[in-house]
Write a protein that binds this ligand. Structure first.
Ligand code: ZN
Length: 147
């Protein structure tokens, strides 16, 4: 039923998540919860001025939430904070708005694997949990919830 959701890229990042580790003494971190599905994620970031020097995650959850956290950390490393928040906005539109563009452009094409999530509203929270948690960490909040 959800076959379109589980593209090869998502399966790959669920099987072998990238950047799944803690950062000691992170400059920013937050915990995110998605009670609807049971997904839990912690995001860690090392910042240098306005740049995200390192970003990683820990946690457990469904394939969508794990793959989303993994692909997000890959996409955001080295970006400025404002660019990271802007790509989150575009990603969020892509998975929630029927007529939004699913073309995120270079170098964010991999995130387009989640475009199919918009057909499955219950899974949108799985796909955006890591992103909401990243945003909460940058805002100095300790926790994020999809509720
Ligand atoms: Zn989930």
């Amino acid at each position: 039923m959800e076959r379109e959701l589980y593209q090869e890229l998502i399966l790959d990042h669920n099987r072998t998540p990238r950047n799944r580790r803690a950062i000691e003494h992170p400059d920013a971190s937050a915990e995110g919860h998605n009670p609807l599905c049971g997904d839990e994620v912690t995001i860690y970031m090392d910042l240098e001025g306005d740049a995200i020097r390192d970003i990683s995650f820990e946690g457990h959850g469904c394939a969508i939430s794990t793959a989303s956290a993994s692909l997000m950390t890959e996409a955001l490393r080295g970006l400025s904070i404002s660019d990271a928040l802007e790509i989150f906005e575009r990603f969020h539109r892509m998975v929630t708005e029927e007529d939004a563009s699913s073309d995120l452009g270079e170098p964010f094409e991999k995130l387009e694997a989640f475009a199919g999530v918009r057909e499955f509203p219950a899974r949108v929270k799985c796909a955006t949990l890591a992103w909401h948690t990243m945003q909460a960490a940058l805002q100095g909040k300790r926790e994020a919830t999809t509720e």
